[in-house]
Design a binder for this molecule. Sequence first.
Ligand SMILES: Cc1ncc(COP(=O)(O)O)c(C=O)c1O
Length: 402
Amino acid sequence: MVDYDAIASSLANRIVASDVRELLKLTEGRKIISFAGGLPDPSLFPKEDLAEIARQVISERGERVLQYSPTPGVGEFRRELAGYLERVGVAVREGDEILVSTGSQEALFLLGMAFVDPGDTVLVEEPGYLAAINLFRMLGARMVPVKVDSEGLNTDDLRKKLEALDKEGVKPKLIYTNPTCNNPNGTTMTMSRRRELLDIAGEYDVMIVEDDPYSYFTFEEVEFQHLKTMDKEGRVVYLGTMSKILVPGLRIGWALGPAKAIRRMELVKQIVDLHSSTLSQYIAMEAIRRGIVDRVVAKAKSLYKRKRDEMLAAMDENMADLGEWTRPIGGFFIFFKANAKLDFKAMLPEAVERGVAYVPGQAFYIEGDGRSTMRLSYSEPKPEEIRKGIELLAGIIREKTG
Ligand SMILES: Cc1ncc(COP(=O)(O)O)c(C=O)c1O
């Protein structure tokens, strides 16, 4: 056999297999309460509506819907999407373009490929979105962590990091942030921090990547604007997705930003997959037009609020003396930090054995910090399972705390 390890590219060799994923394989085939996944609740999937749309668009417009389509996306869908984004408060400015991607994950990949060379510096939230960290690692970037606290990305820390880089003569390529209902933190950046972030990025002339899968279904009345909407300088590339407001299985996401940035990403996409699924784009377009996305969002708000409330109440009752945690206004995640020095990665097999899973927080740190933290997702389990799972977890943490 060919020695595939010997001929693997240096890019491929920079991908480290996730040991957390290996650990979570332990959950396969078991009846377990999983706070690990972060998947949408499938009871929200509008199955019948989507089946009806699929049948209709294929039978009535099959010649187009089943055909290849332009790399940036189906024109009709991009216009519909622009209207939707404007309606939910994401500004589409003159000179902006939209690129439809295969999930927002692909948009992030295209952006990385288009703008980040090995050795380039990027600033990322820490703890931060695992797949973004993995992408920048694969690209051979130097990742500089920026702290995240209860007000979101810490702009004092950002300024400090940028000052230090400036002294080194390094100009970073971008700042990656998930400012609203952060994965894994559950925090939402305050308006004053958002303004500061834009000011600082302006001073140092750095691109901001606003990754935003969760802002569409916040369940508290918190005033915020998207960085994209506040940006007057063409500094923000905004990434969004249908995954949480319709279904992830269509794999439809998008990048919105200045035409020059988007065009760079489009050129990479031509090589990666030519275009995202034409059929998926037509289905997503009709789902917006027929108000199905609005209905899913309305249901998601009340369902996830109920689950979040259940998890927070169970944590308040069972974990008050064991650690501290975030109180999200939307999204899927609560981040827990134990008072005691614990190792949540080492504890995971035992937790799974006892019937509950989570993601060890270490996975979200660049250099393996965050041992005493874990990410809990309330999105998937049933409300009645949430309490049981938290009780199990509290029991394990209490034993280990000694
Ligand atoms: C912060 C963040 N960005 C991007 C994604 C990718 O979503 P998708 O590729 O399904 O659009 C996720 C998914 O969970 C996420 O949490």
